[in-house]
Design a binder for this molecule. Structure first.
Ligand code: DGL
Length: 255
């Protein structure tokens, strides 16, 4: 393995591009291979076993491309498979994602925070443990948004139907003062504008992109795998939907 080998980034579909975008900016000399499993999205409504198997398969595809580290740029896949991945591939840094609850809770005393994510992420023990760390410092409300991944996969990023769906999801909290929202799914930053419009400008939205950049750099350094060349890295995009999915990912990355 050399430092020039790429970092693999995977997601259930196009959502992980929100993480890849941040990684390319934060680690400009790294090479990246992205694999989006759009043919099987959304993962968030599948069983733990199905998500685990699909994720294992995506990692295999990335390792066949010679990846030196793997970023599971999907909260759902991380919750289902990160422990097994770390167990199976002990020599390869495996970086997972979790909802950015910490910055959202810490930004203000006694805040009220809504975590939007897939139903699977929110019902997993991993999230329960995370919530328990902060439950005395904030009121934390889980808001499963099962349909939102599909809106993003079909590139419906701002439409009357999307706004209607979001208003319906937030209806029970309409009369509460919300301080922050955690975008606990990597698809959701692509509909940030619609979410912000529905919840109002005063609510701060947090996603995982910044934190994961720092973490990937730390891990690459720890394994002696950080690419120190001064040549801008390359990005290769793969998608289980083939050319159509790859083209879409590329557009989302560079727009
Ligand atoms: N991007 C995935 C996440 O972060 C979405 C999962 C799905 O496909 O439902 O959770």
């Amino acid at each position: 393995m050399t430092v020039e080998n790429p970092v693999g980034v995977l997601d259930s579909g196009v959502g992980g591009i929100s993480i890849l975008k941040a990684l390319v900016e934060f680690l400009p000399y790294e090479n990246f291979v992205f694999f989006g499993d759009s043919a099987n999205a959304p993962y968030g409504l599948k069983s733990r076993e199905e998500i685990r198997e699909l994720t294992m398969n995506s990692v295999k595809i990335l390792l066949e491309q010679g990846c030196k580290a793997i970023v599971v740029a999907c909260n759902t896949a991380t919750a289902a498979a990160i422990n097994d991945l770390r167990e199976k591939y002990r020599d390869i840094p495996m970086i997972g994602l979790e909802p950015a609850l910490k910055p959202a809770v810490l930004h203000k005393e006694n805040s009220r925070v809504i975590v939007m994510a897939t139903p699977f992420t929110l019902k997993e023990k991993k999230f329960e443990d995370l919530k328990n760390l902060y439950k005395d410092r904030a009121e934390i409300i889980s808001l499963p948004c099962p349909e939102l991944v599909r809106f993003v996969e079909r590139q419906e990023l701002y439409s009357p139907e999307l706004l209607h769906y979001l208003r319906k999801q937030f209806e029970p909290y309409r009369n509460l003062k919300i301080d922050a929202i955690v975008l606990g799914c990597t698809h959701f930053p692509f509909v940030r504008r619609a979410i912000q419009e529905v919840v109002g400008r005063d609510v701060i939205l947090y996603d995982s992109a910044l934190g994961v950049g720092r973490q990937v750099r730390r891990q690459l350094e720890a394994y002696g795998l950080l690419n120190t060349s001064q040549k801008r890295g390359e990005v290769q995009i793969l998608n289980s939907k083939g050319k159509e999915g790859e083209e879409l990912c590329r557009r989302m990355l560079y727009n």
